[in-house]
Design a protein around this ligand. Structure first.
Ligand code: DAH
Length: 340
């Protein structure tokens, strides 16, 4: 191979290897292997040569060309690999970095207790019904034996809308509405919902609060049924070791009426601040439905009987989660809510 060709091969190989990126490599390729490149120039020399030397010179040029193409290909592969490695390095994931925290919503403690209570009663066969928050005096009071001179009917204690309509002060009116709607026994429902009273807010009072009304009417319903249902509720809600205490009480819409307390689940009934050192915590009111209330709902008290109960959901939430101020349930302070 002549000197010029050898030099060309060396220069070209060096230029290819010196290329630091694809652009430089393509430029070098154009300079040597391109149409007007150095190899092309050598080919042009062919016709100047005597015919007996043309064959071997042509072979040499082609050999150089083939070798250069190989050098080019290998440098190209090398540059591609370097580029890929850089890309991988740049995109590397550092799994030791602290992760991003996404805020997660939570169920409000009041809603949790509400749902839990509803599920306990549903498991015992109760249906869930609702009644209006705006009630008439008839449903909210009169039909429940709270007559006009009852202290609860004082305008000071209720949010009246017109002379005859008010925000319901209890969920008990749903008793009457349900009996009317269903028309005949059996009735076995709970009615959870919002209730309203004109109380100044303090640690244990809120003008808006929540109750669950319960109602079970059929032939032959007794105090035994009442006891079984509410003892079961207390155990499911507060723990299987919790005992229930039934004491006489008075409500106009039940006769007899009972006040139900549970043994303190915090101190095991030994006496602590939560149970005011008595060992017992009052949690609900109940009783056998007054005959007049059954009649007001369109039922015949000579044929059927029933029991009713009312539970304060807010109070359940306070007790269950050891919260000492009902207002916390309504302030929507995230520092409070995030604890549940
Ligand atoms: N309505 C009563 C109240 O708001 C709670 C209540 C007590 C409901 C006894 C009942 C019941 O159904 O039988 O204080």
């Amino acid at each position: 191979m002549d000197q010029e060709l050898t030099k060309l091969l060396e220069d070209a190989a060096a230029a290819f290897k010196a290329a630091r990126n694809n652009q430089e490599l393509q430029d070098a390729k154009a300079a040597y292997l391109g149409k007007k490149g150095r190899i092309g120039e050598q080919m042009a020399r062919l016709k100047e040569l005597p015919s007996n030397r043309r064959g071997s010179f042509g072979d040499s040029v082609n050999k150089v060309k083939t070798q250069l193409e190989e050098v080019f290909a290998s440098r190209k592969a090398e540059l591609d690999r370097i580029k890929l490695e850089e890309k991988i390095r740049a995109q590397k994931l550092d799994v030791t970095l602290p992760g991003l925290r996404f805020p997660v919503g939570r169920v409000h403690p009041l809603t949790r207790v509400w749902n839990e209570a509803v599920e306990i009663f549903m498991a015992m066969g109760f249906d869930v019904v609702e009644g209006p928050e705006i009630e008439t005096e008839w449903y909210n009071f009169e039909a429940l034996n709270l007559d006009a001179d009852h202290p609860a009917r004082d305008e000071q204690d209720s949010f009246y809308i017109t002379g005859d309509t008010l925000l319901r002060t209890q969920t008990s009116p749903v008793q009457i509405r349900t009996m009317e709607r269903v028309g005949k026994p059996p009735v076995q429902v709970i009615a959870p919902g919002r209730t309203f009273r004109r109380d100044a807010p303090d640690a244990s009072h809120s003008p808006v609060f929540h109750q669950i009304e319960g109602l079970m009417v059929d032939k032959g319903i007794t105090m035994g049924n009442l006891k079984a249902v509410l003892e079961e509720f207390n155990r499911e809600m507060f723990g299987k070791d919790v005992r229930s205490r039934f004491r006489p009480d008075f409500f106009p819409f039940t006769e007899p009426s009972v006040e139900i307390a549970i043994s303190c689940f915090i101190c095991g009934a030994k006496g602590c601040p939560a149970c005011k050192r008595t060992g017992w915590i009052e949690i609900l009111g109940a009783g056998m439905m007054h005959p007049q209330v059954l009649r007001n709902g369109g039922f015949n008290p000579d044929e059927v009987s029933g029991f009713a109960f009312g539970i304060g959901i807010d109070r359940l939430a306070l007790l269950k989660y050891g919260i000492d101020d009902i207002r916390l349930l309504y302030e929507n302070d995230l520092r409070f809510l995030n604890q549940f």
